[in-house]
Design a protein around this ligand. Structure first.
Ligand code: PGA
Length: 254
């Protein structure tokens, strides 16, 4: 019912030259896929070269972060307008690495989401619990606070346009993937929460990606779950073969 979206989060990897090569390779392998949204999110400095490669194709461009102001004395920041002009349609907001290492909070994440939406970017709101939170059985409370905090003050129309990525921190870059059942439990919880916060038209429409050690050999079982609408992929998105394989697996399930 919802169109799946497979996104590559390249994190702090690939120079512009390397990004150009990787995006060319990816494009060659996925260019005929019509039933899945495909997204790559390189570092800021590679956005422009990657845009030149994928422009007009099935592969779309996203950034990994943005600030909430469009200009001013904010040394080192990059605005929604700027990434939009470089060809971005999407932006990852509140990735757990940014929350943990760059002091992002629900409040700053919320400001960034609002700013991104104002400039017609589709935000991918990242939510997820740590291992100790999971072990203390706090997972759903943490997810609730990330979702409610991120969406604070957003109206129905704004909420409808965004994507949520559930990424348990203990599964990111660890090779330790959540079981499809663990992931589905949280995805279902997020969908029910969206229905409570808005209504069924919103909870039915919003796509919820899973992220955390998604690989070709575990993608199918995850993507088969009714509330999992795609993946946000780190490590496996840095190789054209594995990224394209996950796209192909998802496409076959549609
Ligand atoms: P991973 O990263 O696929 O390398 O676990 C996912 C993410 O952080 O988005």
């Amino acid at each position: 019912m919802r169109r799946p979206i497979i996104a590559g989060n390249w994190k702090l990897n690939k120079t512009p030259k390397e990004s150009k090569a990787l995006s060319k390779e990816i494009l060659k392998k996925v260019q005929d896929v019509k039933n899945v949204d495909i997204l790559v999110c390189p570092v800021f400095t590679s956005l422009s070269v990657v845009d030149q490669v994928i422009k007009g194709s099935v592969v779309k461009l996203g950034a990994q972060n943005c600030y909430w102001e469009n200009s001013g004395a904010f040394t080192g920041e990059v605005s929604p307008q700027m990434i939009k002009e470089l060809g971005c349609g999407y932006v990852i907001i509140g990735h757990s690495e940014r929350r943990a290492m760059f002091s992002e909070t629900n409040e700053t994440v919320n400001k960034k989401i609002k700013a991104a939406l104002t400039d017609n970017l589709i935000p991918i709101l990242c939510v997820g619990e740590t291992l100790s939170e999971r072990e203390a059985k706090e997972t759903l409370e943490v997810i609730r606070s990330h979702v409610e905090g991120g969406l604070n003050g957003l109206d129905k129309q704004q909420a409808k346009n965004l994507i949520i990525a559930y990424e348990p921190l203990w599964a990111i870059g660890t090779g330790k993937v959540a079981t499809p059942e663990q992931a589905e439990e949280v995805h279902k919880f997020i969908r029910e929460l969206l229905e409570k916060l808005y209504d069924k038209s919103i909870s039915d429409a919003v796509r919820i990606q899973y992220g955390g050690s998604v690989k070709p050999d575990n993608a199918e079982e995850l993507m088969k779950k009714p509330n999992i609408d795609g993946a946000l992929i780190g490590g496996a998105s840095l190789k054209a073969d594995s990224f394209a394989e996950i796209v192909a697996i998802t496409s076959k399930l549609v």
